[in-house]
Write a protein that binds this ligand. Structure first.
Ligand code: ZN
Ligand code: FE
Length: 252
């Protein structure tokens, strides 16, 4: 499984997946036709389009790509009316093959009602869209804070060495937020150095690993006593801490 990162729009990432044995080419969240086509053209084909959710910056190139390459579009069953050109409807925990690769569908509502993540268990790779970002999480647009919290927990329970490929390069602003409310976290300070190195040389900060996120992403650390203390929420539940953090980040 070879993954090529395709920067799109101002801060989106689309991902091309090449499975060599059967020469199957797939793309995750194609947002911009030109940028994706440039990479796809090297392979002269596109078999599958995988969408994490219905937002335009994730499905923007669906129809043009489908028309040009006769690709099949896979997306959440509950978003079948909102994902342009959808062919294959995916349900929670369903296993689906693209060539020789198999992924599991993780239903992660919150950012949108039908948001899904793709988990390739054998390869330990997850595409998390706008649910889990490096050092952050998506805004809660259509669901409740509790739904988003539960969705993040589903991802948190994947194997720790899972590589996380998310939908946006938001790492720098996420880092600043984490530093503001989790200033004593030594793992975060280490990650900061790594992030700055990558950004200074114009490299994506993606992929991250789940293990790193659990140690540094404040939205996965809602039970940390130090963070609870900083927020003045010593006796609050994890989901209450999460909601507070999400609200603070919305206006950060
Ligand atoms: Zn989105
Ligand atoms: Fe997005």
């Amino acid at each position: 499984m070879i993954i090529e990162i395709i920067p799109c729009l101002s801060d989106n990432y689309s991902y091309l997946i090449h499975e060599k044995n059967t020469n199957t080419i797939s793309i995750v969240d194609p947002s911009e036709f030109k940028a994706c086509e440039k990479v796809i053209n090297k392979h002269k084909k596109l078999d599958f389009i995988l969408n994490t959710h219905h937002h335009a910056d994730h499905v923007g190139a669906n129809l043009e790509l489908k028309k040009k390459y006769k690709s099949k579009i896979l997306g959440s069953e509950s978003d079948k009316s909102r994902i342009p050109g959808i062919d294959i409807l995916l349900r929670e925990n369903q296993k689906q093959k693209i060539g020789n690769l198999e992924f599991e569908v993780i239903f992660v509502p919150g950012h949108t009602k039908g948001h899904i993540a793709f988990f390739f268990r054998k390869e330990k790779i997850a595409f998390t869209g706008d649910t889990l970002f490096s050092l952050g999480c998506g805004r809660v647009f259509e669901g409740t804070h509790e739904e988003m919290f539960n969705s993040l927990n589903k991802i948190k329970n994947l194997p720790p060495d899972t590589k996380i490929y998310c939908g946006h390069e938001y790492t720098k602003s996420n880092l600043n937020f984490c530093l503001a409310y989790d200033s004593k976290n030594t793992f975060l300070k280490e990650k900061k150095i790594d992030i700055q190195k990558k950004l200074n040389s114009n490299q994506p900060t993606i992929p991250s690993t789940l293990d790193q996120e659990i140690k540094t992403n404040i939205f996965l650390r809602c039970n940390d006593p130090e963070i609870k203390h900083t927020l003045g929420l010593k006796d609050s539940s994890e989901v209450e801490v999460f909601s507070k953090l999400r609200d603070l980040k919305d206006s950060f």
